[in-house]
Design a protein around this ligand. Structure first.
Ligand code: GLN
Length: 470
């Protein structure tokens, strides 16, 4: 009830698209009943969680923040949602995002942008009061980052204790960094994507947002494992993910990729990054500079592959089976065209168009196949570094702290994603686990995140190191 009332009080953040109040209250009652009767409890019994609105939820509207899916009520739960519920979690609602998770700000969905709760922190409020009255800064609020900004804002505003995001190129880690949270992207294949409405099938993973690393490990323990409904999940039995307390990091080798020191990186993030490296060094770890030579190709490569997969998998939205359908019925083709014109934003249509261009017979070799080859080179860069003895890579998560909305929207969606995702996208192309950790507050009093990247399927080790850092 406390969480539900906080959801009402923080409505202006626009974190939730749907609040599933009745469901949550019923689940809470059942949970209380189990507790009172002394029945065995699930790992998440009575824990309020929020779920990004691109995961299917049985009987609860699932929109992807798109006109295309407004009003769509799935008949089934995504595997991860079902697993949360099976362990007693309370579903508070569905959170806001960029349309179909295409973006890095949570500013580009049909329900409007999400506001960063840190815009209203005490320090910022006081600062604003000191500034001249009526100055435009008073209205200035910050973006959450994205595309899982609704989940991040919901968690940062204390309306839940954990939230699901999705991560295709950084969408869980980026808002975690901007909202002072732990944002975890598991290894590709560790957690089922069944029921996660796809952006880029070969890169998407469900992401976990929490306030501390131990919470991430608990949720990961619930979610991880083979799913017959997702053939890309691994068969290996899943170990429990409870984290040992790491007291000695002296045997670790931490790699600092030199290509990540890009000129656009803010000086504050840069100095925090070296401070964190120094922390490991003074605890006895070996900290070395490493090279990921294909980093500069990663943004372009991601965008060719992303658009190509988008063009292919968005074909399902044809107005026939589910989702929006236009009124035009002169011909099937006209119906398809008008439905998709009305249902999708410019951003989504732009990606479909460019994807179809890359996939044309005459372009396929030069764009799609070439991008796949580059993707392999990018993935191999990581493999080489880990094979040379590096345990964990330490990098920034974002170029800077959260920026004001008005500044962010000056550039269009494509440019924004391209610049802002430089530290996160390559990880998805390589299928590696990565976590963004809150590292410090900036001079403006805003959170800054740093990212740890691990070897594929060494998720537990990665989180153990993150816990030490915490
Ligand atoms: N910003 C990237 C994009 O727009 C990544 C989004 C994501 O991880 N869902 O494609």
């Amino acid at each position: 009830r406390k969480c539900l009332s906080l959801i009402q009080k923080t409505k202006f953040l626009n974190a939730y698209i749907t609040v599933s109040e009745e469901v949550a209250l019923k689940q809470a009652e059942e949970s209380e009943e189990r507790y009172k009767k002394g029945q065995s409890l699930g790992d998440l019994d009575g824990i309020p969680v929020a779920v990004k609105d691109n995961f299917s939820t049985s009987g609860i509207e699932t929109t992807c923040a798109s006109n295309m899916l407004k009003g769509y009520i799935p008949p089934f739960n995504a595997t991860v949602v079902q697993k949360l519920l099976d362990q007693g979690a309370l579903l508070m609602g569905k959170t806001n995002l960029d349309e179909f998770a295409m973006g890095s700000g949570s500013t580009d969905g049909v329900f409007g942008p999400v506001k960063n709760p840190w815009s209203y922190s005490k320090q910022r409020r006081e600062k604003r009061q000191q500034q001249a009255q009526g100055e435009s800064q008073a209205a200035e609020w910050l973006i959450t980052g994205g595309s899982s900004g609704g989940s991040a804002a919901a968690l940062a505003a204390l309306t839940c204790s954990a939230a699901l995001g999705s991560d295709t190129g950084g969408s869980t880690r980026n808002p975690a960094a901007h909202c002072g949270l732990v944002g975890f992207k598991p290894s590709y294949g560790l957690v089922s994507r069944h029921g996660l409405i796809p952006l880029v099938n070969s890169m998407d993973v469900p992401g976990i947002l929490t306030r501390c690393v131990d919470d991430t490990a608990i949720v990961l323990g619930v979610l991880a494992g083979h799913d017959p409904k997702d053939s890309t999940t691994v068969q290996d039995p899943v170990k429990p993910f409870t984290l040992p307390s790491l007291t000695d990091v002296s045997k670790l080798c931490i790699g600092i990729p030199k290509e990540y020191a890009v000129p656009e990186l803010s000086s504050e993030v840069r100095s925090l990054w070296s401070k964190a490296a120094g922390l490991f060094e003074s605890a006895g770890a070996k900290v070395i500079e490493v090279s990921l030579p294909h980093t500069s190709c990663s943004i372009v490569c991601y965008h060719v592959l992303c658009a190509s997969e988008v063009a292919s998998n968005m074909a399902r939205f044809d107005g026939l089976e589910y989702g929006h359908r236009c009124d035009i019925n002169v011909s099937t083709e006209a119906m398809y065209a008008a439905t998709r014109r009305e249902g999708f934003s410019d951003v989504v249509r732009g990606r479909i168009l460019s994807g179809n261009f890359f996939l044309l017979k005459e372009n396929y070799e030069n764009y799609f196949i070439k991008a796949q080859k580059v993707r392999r080179l990018i993935a191999n860069d990581f493999v080489n570094v880990f094979n040379s003895g590096v345990d964990i890579l330490l990098t920034p998560t974002t170029l800077s702290e959260a920026v004001p909305y008005l500044e962010f929207i000056k550039e269009d969606n494509r440019t924004r994603s391209a610049q802002g995702d430089i530290f996160t996208q390559a990880v998805n192309m390589a299928g590696l686990p990565a976590v963004s950790m809150p590292a410090a507050l900036s001079h403006q009093g805003l959170p800054i995140g740093l990212q740890f990247i691990g070897r594929a399927f060494c998720d537990q080790k990665l989180l153990t190191v993150a816990k030490w850092f915490e």
